[in-house]
Design a protein. Structure first.
Length: 414
C-alpha cells in the first residue's frame, strides 16, 4: 500500500499528527510520503510543493489573503475557501499512489484542480483538524450551524458578501466531495458530529472518529519535586500550568488564565509554568510566571507538564485538545471548559474537571479543590496518566487509519 499525505506546513498540531502517522506507517513497511508547502522536514521521503512560481501569482495570492481578512466582521476567526486563484494540480511526474490523505491544506491547495488531477477512483481521506473543510469557510466554531444547510447569511462576513460567499463555498464543497470517493475523519466525537450534520459532506463515502495520538515513549512522567527544581521552583510550591503554540491566540484565552491566578493568589499562593510564543505581559502578573517559550522537544515538554500540579485550559473552542492528553500522560490532571472535543480529551471527575463554558467561578473552584487536596490530585493524576497512555497510542491511531485505508480500497474495487 502506498499513501501520500498533504499538509500546508511542517509545524502545528496537524503537521505533528501527520508526521507521527507517517512514521508509524513506515514502521510496518507501508510506503508513506509527505508533501507540504511551508517549512522543512527531516522525515523521508518528504517533498515541498510550491505552485506559485511567478511574481504575478504571488501578488494574486497576497491580494486574496488581504481580501479574506478584510471581509471578516471580527478577526478572532479565520475564513478561507478551498478554491484558489492559483491552480494546484498534482504534478504528473509524481508517482500514483493508493491513498491520498489530506490534512490541513488551506492557503495551499486549490482543491477543485487538485482533486481533478488525481486518479478518478483513488480514495481521498480528509482529516478534520478544525472546521474549515465542513463549513462555508470559517475555521473556528462560534455557535453557528449555518453549515448544516446554506451558510447564509454568514455572521462572520461583512454585508453584502455575507449573503453569498459562504453559501457558494458550501455548495462547491458539497459538489466536490460527492464527486470522488472521499472519507472524512473527525479528531473527536464532537468534530465528527458536526461533520455528519454538514451539507458539505452529504455525499461522502464515510465519516468516523479517529483520535490523535501522543508519542508515549517520548513523553515521560517525572517526579514533580524533581521537575520543579529543574525549572527553579521550590518543590513545596503549587504550580498551575498553561500552554499552547501562540499565547496571543484569542481562542486559547490566556488573559482568563491570568484572572484565575489572581483569584487564587491570596489563599493558595501558586506559581505558574507557561509555554508558548509571545508571552507579552503588559503589567506585573498576579503570581510568579515561569515562561518557557515555545517547546518543541518532548523531553522539555515532559519536564514542564510534570512540574505542573494542575494544567488549565481556558479555550473558547477546541476540536480535540492535544495538550490536555499530553499533560495527563505526564500525570497532571486537567481543568478546562467543556467545549468541543475537550469532552473527549478530559474525563470529568476522573482525570480532571470540566466546567460549562464561561463559568469562571466553577472552573476556579475546581482548580482550588485540586490544589488544596493533595490526595485527590494524586488520584486524578494517576488515573489521567494511565488513561491517556492506554487510549491515545501511536499504534491505535495507525491501526485505525490502516483499517480505513483498507476499507476505502476495498469499496473502490467493488
Amino acid at each position: 500500500m502506498r499513501v501520500s499525505h498533504f499538509n500546508t506546513a511542517t509545524e502545528g498540531g496537524a503537521a505533528v499528527l501527520m508526521q507521527r502517522l507517517h512514521q508509524s506507517l513506515q514502521n510496518i513497511d507501508i510506503e508513506s510520503q509527505i508533501y507540504y508547502r511551508k517549512g522543512q522536514s527531516s522525515l523521508s521521503p518528504s517533498l515541498s510543493l510550491e505552485f506559485i512560481s511567478t511574481r504575478s501569482k504571488q501578488w494574486q495570492e497576497r491580494i486574496v489573503l488581504r481580501l479574506e481578512n478584510e471581509l471578516l466582521q471580527q478577526k478572532s476567526n479565520l475564513f478561507s475557501p478551498l478554491q484558489s486563484v492559483v491552480k494546484t494540480p498534482l504534478p504528473s511526474t509524481l508517482a500514483i499512489v493508493d491513498i491520498y490523505h489530506l490534512h490541513w491544506i488551506s492557503h495551499w491547495l486549490d482543491l477543485p484542480s487538485f482533486i481533478q488531477s488525481l486518479p478518478p477512483r483513488s480514495p481521498i481521506i480528509l482529516t478534520l483538524h478544525d472546521l474549515g473543510n465542513l463549513t462555508g469557510g470559517c475555521h473556528l466554531y462560534s455557535g453557528c450551524h449555518g453549515f448544516e444547510n446554506i451558510c447564509s447569511p454568514c455572521p462572520l462576513i461583512k454585508y453584502p458578501f455575507n449573503h453569498f460567499l459562504a453559501q457558494q463555498e458550501l455548495h462547491r464543497k458539497q459538489h466536490l466531495f460527492s464527486s470522488r470517493p472521499v472519507h472524512v475523519v473527525g479528531n473527536s466525537n464532537w468534530t465528527t458530529s458536526l461533520a455528519k450534520a454538514s451539507a458539505a459532506f452529504q455525499g461522502v463515502q464515510s465519516i468516523r472518529t479517529i483520535y490523535p495520538a501522543i508519542d508515549i515513549q517520548s513523553l515521560v512522567r517525572h517526579d514533580k519535586a524533581f521537575a520543579k527544581k529543574l525549572l527553579g521552583i521550590s518543590p513545596q510550591k503549587l504550580v498551575l500550568g498553561f500552554g499552547c503554540a501562540e499565547l496571543t491566540d484569542g481562542n486559547k484565552n490566556f488573559p482568563l488564565f491570568l484572572q484565575l491566578l489572581a483569584r487564587l493568589k491570596d489563599d493558595i499562593e501558586p506559581e505558574a509554568v507557561v509555554f508558548g510564543n509571545d508571552l507579552g505581559l503588559t503589567e506585573q502578573p498576579p503570581v510568579p510566571i515561569h515562561s518557557l517559550g515555545k517547546l518543541t522537544s518532548s523531553h522539555l515538554l515532559s519536564i514542564a507538564y510534570s512540574a505542573m500540579d494542575v494544567f488549565v485550559m481556558a479555550s473558547q473552542t477546541e476540536t480535540f485538545g492535544m495538550v490536555a492528553i499530553e499533560a495527563q500522560a505526564c500525570g497532571t490532571p486537567v481543568c478546562a471548559f467543556a467545549v468541543g472535543g475537550l469532552t473527549d480529551a478530559v474525563q470529568h471527575e476522573q482525570t480532571g474537571f470540566l466546567a460549562p463554558w464561561g463559568n469562571i467561578n466553577l472552573l476556579s473552584d475546581h482548580i482550588s479543590q485540586l490544589l488544596r487536596n493533595s490526595s485527590l490530585r494524586t488520584q486524578l493524576g494517576q488515573t489521567a496518566h494511565d488513561w491517556a497512555r492506554r487510549n491515545f497510542s501511536l499504534e491505535q491511531m495507525r491501526d485505525a487509519y490502516l483499517n480505513l485505508y483498507r476499507e476505502a480500497l476495498k469499496s473502490q474495487n467493488t
